[in-house]
Design a protein around this ligand. Structure first.
Ligand code: NDP
Ligand code: X2W
Length: 351
């Protein structure tokens, strides 16, 4: 659902290459009845057919295994109960089920959640960190693109009790323009966006509470529980850069004890040993967005910075793949009990 959007385009590309998934219907409000090639010129000859109408959505939930909702925030919150009742698993790419508390949702999204009872049933779909939840869920809240990068970067520190929780974590990140979807406002138009780098949403971007919530869960569930910390203070500064895809997040986190870069790198490699999509880079390598373009990898590098007694952790991912549609398919692989890499081991495009 949301067939003409960027996330849906990427879902269709990835589903078409998947060994176990078969595309049933692609629904579009704006393109119902039109040929798929009107929106997917790159998939000509690979995926053929026409867009269906969203009027079919609820009935289709009886006959399909999984529904991907690649729609703006608000749609899934309304529709999910009817789809789940009819037997489909639902993967929501929007923010509707990422927060676990209706009050927080209302403060962040400015409207009450229409089905707060579902918030506790939804799994936060970051399989490297919460895979067991995803495996037993029928409703997956696919994380935001920036939180995916920041949480993968910071999880080993939070879960192992290394964070100096009295000091705020700072996440400064850049995103390519496709992060804003296919119908963005004037600041995303080429004449303004090209050769331009600008921060936005400072402070108070809606991904800040999403990061804080799930980092806090990792802290409480792991060795960090012993620190007695109630949560994590976190500042987030997003920037728009003139690229079509890619997120590069640089996270600065004060640590309780001194460390060194080699030891931290080994900890990260051990933490993600079973995570085929997280590539921990050995020094002196550093992540770059181009090295993950079109692929489901998140590249990480960590450095100890003695001058600030902090770990500096850098993460790169493709916002449309690991930040959205690749992760959505990885979640389906997990909830279906398939190998989590099924259909997702395509190499990045480089240069
Ligand atoms: N772009 C990114 O990098 C990421 C996006 N996301 C989230 O994924 C979702 C889809 O994002 P993206 O594809 O980029 O966005 P787009 O704006 O490109 O696509 C969303 C699509 O949803 C449909 N739509 C628009 N308005 C409504 C509405 N009121 N009700 C139902 N359907 C509607 C339209 O498709 P049609 O007319 O064909 O029905 C539209 O093209 C969003 O929630 C976004 O926040 C999450 C992570 C990363
Ligand atoms: C560049 C850009 O604008 N990026 C988007 C994030 C995309 C995303 O993950 O959005 P949702 O949380 O809505 O799913 C933004 O900052 O709003």
């Amino acid at each position: 659902m949301g067939g003409s959007g960027y996330a849906a385009q990427e879902l269709v590309r990835l589903v078409a290459q998947h060994p176990h998934l078969r595309l049933g219907w692609i629904l579009s409000r704006s393109h119902a009845g039109q040929s798929l090639s009107a929106v997917y010129p790159h998939l000509r000859g690979l995926v053929e057919g026409r867009f269906g109408s969203p009027d079919e959505l609820v009935d289709l939930a009886r006959s399909v295994g999984v529904i991907f909702l690649a729609t703006p925030a608000g749609f899934a919150a309304e529709q999910a109960p009817a789809l789940l009742e009819r037997g489909a698993a639902v993967v929501d790419l929007s923010a509707d089920f990422r927060l676990d508390d209706a009050g927080l949702y209302e403060r962040v999204y400015g409207r009450p959640h229409p089905h707060p009872e579902l918030l506790s049933q939804a799994a936060y779909g970051l399989p490297e960190l919460f895979g067991a939840e995803v495996a037993r869920s029928r409703l997956v809240a696919n994380p935001g693109c920036y939180p995916t990068a920041a949480l993968l970067a910071l999880a080993p520190l939070a879960a192992q009790g290394l964070l100096a929780v009295e000091r705020p974590v700072v996440v400064s990140a850049t995103s390519g323009i496709s992060g804003a979807g296919s119908q963005p406002g004037p600041m995303y138009h080429l004449p303004v966006a090209t050769e331009n780098v600008r921060p936005y949403g400072v402070p108070g971007h809606r991904h800040t509470p999403e990061m804080r919530l799930h980092l806090g869960r990792l802290l409480r569930a792991g060795a960090g529980a012993g620190t007695g910390a109630a949560g994590v203070e976190l500042a987030f500064i997003p920037h728009l850069v003139p690229a079509s895809r890619g997120i590069l997040a640089t996270c600065v986190a004060g640590l309780r004890e001194p460390h060194d870069t080699d030891e931290l790198t080994q900890r990260y490699a051990a933490f993600y040993r079973e995570a085929p999509f997280v590539r921990v880079l050995p020094p002196p390598e550093l992540p770059e967005t181009k090295a993950v373009q079109g692929a489901n990898f998140c590249d990480l590098a960590v450095r100890w910075d003695p001058g600030s007694r902090s770990a500096i952790v850098m993460a790169a991912l493709d916002n449309l793949v690991k930040g959205a549609s690749g992760q959505a398919i990885q979640n389906v692989n997990v909830l279906m009990g398939w190998d989590q890499t099924a259909g997702l081991m395509g190499a990045p495009l480089y240069p």
